[in-house]
Write a protein that binds this ligand. Structure first.
Ligand SMILES: [Zn+2]
Length: 260
């Protein structure tokens, strides 16, 4: 389903037609409430007589959401202020990205990656009209599955929408000695998408600025233990890694089957 995030909405709404189409059970509300527009006129959305409790997954973010059932025309769900307050997501409007990083989400809602990419509004409306789930399904399979082994660990984030790699974070403090190397834990394990393997690559900023590079960096598709990164310090000074520092990037690369 497609949802619109609207900080101007005082409630969270789900479309009446959508509920009946998918047999979502609705409950009679104790009181009937009108919905008013900004100019004080009652909205065609209401009046609201029912609510619906719906388990909702947004990528890897799972919750049991309570909605007011309304006539939303060609929208399916409006996530208004109650939802925004509950989850406090960080929204990057520029690239259309939602990052669930509040303590509540980390504890209760998240299973894997905390970043969700929005689809363009036109595309969403088109999808609502044609209700085509095939495309969304195939996109999902391309994602790297991430498991948090330590609730304190940070999850992968993608720096730029088009960047190839996703950032990996240190889950402990470590000093990388000058001209030496050290193993740094990340607190997560991953499963690369089918037909790919995970490659750990240096972050260009760290390589250039601090002469920190990455040794040993392939994660086989069947390796399910914690990812540990070997960081090598090529400079003449010790380098201090703090917990939560971005230390390297993870790239999913296609496995090319070959006989030799
Ligand atoms: Zn949440």
């Amino acid at each position: 389903m497609n949802a619109m995030i609207d900080s101007g909405a005082t409630k969270d709404f789900i479309d009446q037609g959508f509920c009946s189409k998918y047999n979502i059970r609705t409950t009679q509300a104790k009181t009937t409430r009108e919905v008013y527009l900004a100019d004080g006129q009652p909205s065609a959305m209401g009046p609201i007589t029912h609510t619906a409790k719906v388990p909702m997954d947004i990528s890897s973010h799972r919750e049991l959401a309570t909605f007011q059932v309304a006539k939303l025309a060609n929208l399916e769900v409006i996530l208004g202020m109650p939802w925004l307050k509950q989850h406090s997501p960080r929204i990057d409007w520029g690239v259309g990205k939602i990052i669930f990083e509040s303590e509540g989400c980390m504890t209760w809602c998240l299973k894997e990656s905390l970043t969700v990419y929005a689809i363009p509004e036109d595309e969403a409306r088109e999808e609502n009209l044609t209700v085509e789930f095939g495309a969304t399904q195939s996109k999902k399979d391309q994602r790297i599955q991430v498991r948090l082994l330590d609730p304190q660990a940070k999850l992968l984030t993608r720096g730029l929408a088009k960047a190839a790699g996703q950032d990996l974070y240190a889950n402990e403090e470590r000093t990388i000695p000058a001209r030496g190397q050290e193993v740094v834990t990340t607190g997560i394990s991953i499963t690369p998408p089918q037909g790919t393997y995970g490659r750990i690559a240096p972050r260009s900023g760290m390589a250039v600025k601090h002469q920190i590079s990455v040794n040993a960096g392939v994660i086989d598709s069947d390796y399910t233990s914690e990812i540990k990164v070997v960081l090598a310090n090529m400079s003449k000074q010790d380098y201090q890694i703090q917990k939560g520092d971005r230390i390297t990037q993870l790239i999913a690369e296609k496995i090319v089957e070959s006989d030799c």
